[in-house]
Design a protein around this ligand. Structure first.
Ligand code: GDP
Ligand code: MG
Length: 422
């Protein structure tokens, strides 16, 4: 079974906790704090794998969790970072959010971090100051990002073959490339898209996609063809194949118009893509009349027209050369831009935050706070201001006031420390 759609859940690793330890050595009294930081949680990373051609494996495994970071330990030892979890997908896989926004189009070789591992917590050695020599606290690690993802494969091909079932699309692909699609004299032999590389000359080649044939009413869901049309969405050029022999009692002109109407119903952009018309099975076109009519019809529309026989290869090389020539004038294969906006984590109730005071340091911890800190970039001024403003607004500072916090006392929230100012 060919699978080009899957839903999965991903979660990056949690950061390791920081350690509370003190330096101990013979003859050395009261060594300082030397608790190391926890390691970073592993990321979830997507990469393109050109050996993968479908999303079938995601039907069986749906949950992907990266390794957590290890806790820090004494002697300032950092915890080991969690291993990244690398997920391989076929080229052209779209990563979408649960509500359908495009997060990333996996069509280049660049790895993509879809979920970041949580930062490790700071060990107590971080909190030593001249006035605070024995900090007995450290910080827990932060959670990794988690996300429900939809994977959707949209193949990357320069040229898409469109046409009714049985007109010879798979045959054409098989004679011009090393792809070996199933060929037979019945409708819907092709149940999955096939890609083939067509080499014209040194350094000139293109990718040709053969998809299951479109049938009339496909855009209303009458057949498989419509579903697979998305695999030629990105194509730079459409080769519209027609049975030029009018076998099975068909009228080539009518067929041609029907398919174009289907393309248009599916997506007007696809219908207006540059098109080359190839009338196939010319080796058995005894009565030249249907063919001549088609030629006149197509030429009136100003489209290039080729008479070929995929079976005998007649006219095939000319068609391939023309395709390469047209492609050289066209923009590259479409890559989808991301339109995903990460939802901002919410500030919760101050009651869900625990506050502990160690040597005048107010240490805040809590579930929503943790998520917030994990997803805020504190080196960015705007983000930091947003964080502090909303922290004040949500009522935490009132709680601190009740506890007797003074101007200049330190507030410590995971790996963030700042002085309290009223
Ligand atoms: P598809 O459904 O469009 O992929 O069509 P296929 O490639 O599976 O071909 C359907 C049938 O038409 C098969 O029996 C092929 O052998 C036959 N066929 C394909 N091309 C030609 C051709 O150029 N001439 C003749 N006579 N038969 C062909
Ligand atoms: Mg086929």
């Amino acid at each position: 079974m060919f699978t080009d759609y899957a839903k999965i859940y991903i979660r990056a690793g949690r950061g390791g906790d920081g350690a509370v330890t003190f330096h101990r050595e013979k003859y050395v009294a009261a060594g300082g704090p030397d608790g190391g930081d926890g390691g970073r949680g592993g990321n979830i990373v997507f990469v393109v794998d050109d050996h993968a051609s479908s999303l079938i494996e995601f039907k069986f495994k749906r949950k992907y969790v990266a390794e957590d970071g290890m806790a820090g330990s004494g002697k300032r030892c950092f915890g080991k970072s969690g291993q990244d979890l690398v997920i391989k997908v076929p080229r052209g896989t779209l990563l979408k959010s649960a509500d359908g926004a495009i997060i990333k189009d996996m069509s280049s070789d660049e790895p993509f971090i879809a979920a970041k591992g949580g930062r490790g917590g700071w060990g107590n050695s971080h909190f030593a100051t001249p006035t605070r020599q024995t900090p007995r606290f450290a910080k827990p690690g932060l959670p990794g990002e988690e996300l429900n993802l939809t994977l959707e494969l949209k193949l990357l091909a320069d040229v898409g073959l469109a046409g009714f079932p049985n007109v010879g699309k798979s045959t054409l692909l098989s004679v011009v490339s090393s792809a070996r699609p199933k060929i037979a004299n019945y409708h819907f032999t092709t149940l999955a898209p096939n890609l083939g590389v067509v080499r014209i000359s040194e350094g000139v080649s293109f990718v040709l996609a053969d998809i299951p044939g479109i049938i009339e009413g496909a855009s209303e869901g009458a057949g498989l063809g419509h579903y697979f049309l998305r695999h030629i969405d990105r194509c730079r050029l459409v080769v519209h194949m027609v049975d030029g022999a009018g076998s099975e009692g068909r009228d080539p002109v009518e067929d041609f118009e029907t398919i174009n109407a289907e393309l248009k119903k599916y997506d007007p952009a696809l219908a207006s893509r540059p098109q080359i018309v190839a009338a196939n099975k010319c080796d058995i076109a005894e009565d030249g009349e249907p063919l001549a009519k088609l030629r006149a019809h197509v030429e009136k529309l100003g489209l290039p027209f080729f008479e070929i026989s995929a079976a005998t290869r007649q006219g095939v090389d000319e068609l391939m050369k023309r395709i390469a020539e047209e492609l050289s004038k066209l923009p590259p294969v479409a890559v989808y831009e991301s339109d995903y906006v990460k939802p901002a984590p919410e500030f919760g109730s101050p009651d869900e935050v625990t506050i502990e005071v160690h040597d005048g340091v107010y240490c805040l911890e809590g579930k929503w706070l943790e998520l917030l800190v994990a997803s805020t970039n504190f080196t960015d001024y705007e983000s930091r201001m947003y964080f502090e403003r909303n922290l004040r607004r949500c009522g935490i500072f009132d709680r601190l006031e009740e506890m007797g916090i003074n101007d200049g006392d330190t507030i410590s929230i995971y790996d963030l420390e700042f002085d309290y100012v009223r």
